[in-house]
Design a protein around this ligand. Structure first.
Ligand code: SAM
Length: 374
């Protein structure tokens, strides 16, 4: 559907975002209104948001896009950074306020290769995608009414792409970490009895209003359509919801031509040091994500009982970026050793290598957002 008049979940979010964008930002190219942590309920600091934008832009720039369609472009946080290196950039959004504001700012800057449209995600790729080599959906999927809607948007986006094109689905809220995220939010509240905490956690999880998606939903989606897929944890260093509980996905028609790395089970920081010293391409799976994995275990103990798992060295994916060039590092959420862990390839050619996609243990692949009509 084009233009205002949306109903249901899409209509509700259009109203919410119109209100968010009505406020005039001090810097129109860095408008972070509305960006709040789901853990603390507080706005992310400008430094956290700058790190997040920088890391997202770096990942997207690595795909070397020339003709971009961004679905749900919002205030243009990514657009302002990416448009200079593109032949064309089309931004679409359901917020009429966001689109008119961006149109005005783009005209003032004479950026004639930027086009903006007030449109719903399902219409955007089909109407604007032809000729694009990258479709971006960043921090948008959580507002979709259902996983089926997300699938329809991705079908539309992948259908218009050339063989070397990509779809970047960024800042996806991770359904594998639903319980852990809600426990993190509860940790900030007054402590209570174990039973009371369990009940509060159950209620909080059940009232999650947005669409959270497991990385394995994307793996299944890609396998069914013969696409290649990567799902990567964030590489920022702030210990916050963005870096711990959200991830980025790249879908491609043709897989990148890198070497396949068979990952070995994580044996701790010493094994990583030895691999780095040896300077050979090495893969690991089941690396506990620092600050996230312990929450996953604590949430599981609280909700389902059992004993604590043996302690393993944890790593923050972002800490690896200081020691390694982008070409020598790859992180993955699809090598599998349970929620709250990630896979890793390090060494020469690791950035372009193929880490295998493992079958996931049965689990909830997506949440059902509020307002969804089954
Ligand atoms: C959190 S903002 C992200 C903006 C931008 N992609 C970024 O990363 O900075 C989410 C945006 O998605 C838009 N949006 C939500 N649901 C949508 C839908 N069904 N179709 C198109 N845009 C949508 C909202 O209006 C909002 O501007």
């Amino acid at each position: 559907m084009t233009g205002p008049g949306w109903t249901g979940t899409v209509g509700l979010w259009a109203e919410v975002f119109d209100d968010v964008y009505r406020e005039r930002p001090a810097d129109p190219e860095f408008d972070v209104a509305g960006w709040h942590s789901k853990i603390t309920g507080l706005p992310f600091s400008p430094a956290e948001m700058r790190e997040w934008v920088d890391a997202t832009v770096a990942r997207i720039a690595g795909l070397r896009p020339r003709r971009v369609v961004e679905i749900g472009c919002g205030s243009g946080l990514l657009m302002w950074r990416l448009l200079h290196d593109c032949e064309s950039y089309t931004g679409t959004d359901i917020s009429g306020v966001a689109v008119s504001r961006l149109r005005k700012a783009v005209a003032e800057r004479g950026a004639a290769h930027v086009h903006l449209a007030c449109e719903e995600a399902t219409a955007a790729a089909a109407r604007h995608g032809s000729g694009a080599d990258l479709v971006i959906l960043n921090s948008v999927a959580q507002y979709f009414p259902s996983a089926a809607y997300l699938g329809a948007v991705l079908d539309g986006a992948t259908a218009v792409l050339p063989d070397d094109g990509s779809v970047f689905v960024g800042d996806v809220r991770n359904a594998d970490l639903l319980d852990a995220l809600h426990l993190a939010a509860l940790d900030g509240c007054t402590p209570g009895e174990q039973r009371e905490r369990r009940e509060r956690l159950r209620k909080s999880v059940a009232s999650e209003p947005e669409l959270l998606v497991s990385p394995h939903w994307f793996a299944r989606y890609a396998a069914e359509r013969g696409l290649s897929v990567r799902a990567m944890p964030k590489l920022g260093r702030f210990d916050n919801e963005l870096n711990g509980f959200r991830y980025d996905v790249v879908l491609r028609r043709t897989p990148p031509p890198g070497r396949v790395v068979a990952p070995r089970d994580w044996a701790g920081a010493g094994a990583l040091r030895s691999a780095l010293d040896a300077g050979v391409l090495t893969g690991f799976r089941g690396v506990p994500h620092q600050g996230v994995h312990d929450l996953v275990e604590r949430a599981s103990l609280l909700l389902h009982g059992g004993g604590p798992a043996p302690a393993r060295d944890a790593l923050r994916p972002g800490d690896l970026t200081g020691a390694l060039q982008a070409d020598d590092l790859q992180v993955s959420l699809l090598t599998e050793d349970g929620p709250g862990t990630f896979g890793l390839a390090v060494g020469p050619g690791a950035g372009g290598a193929a880490l295998p996609v493992a079958a996931a243990a049965p689990r909830l692949l997506t949440t059902v957002p509020w307002g969804t009509v089954p």
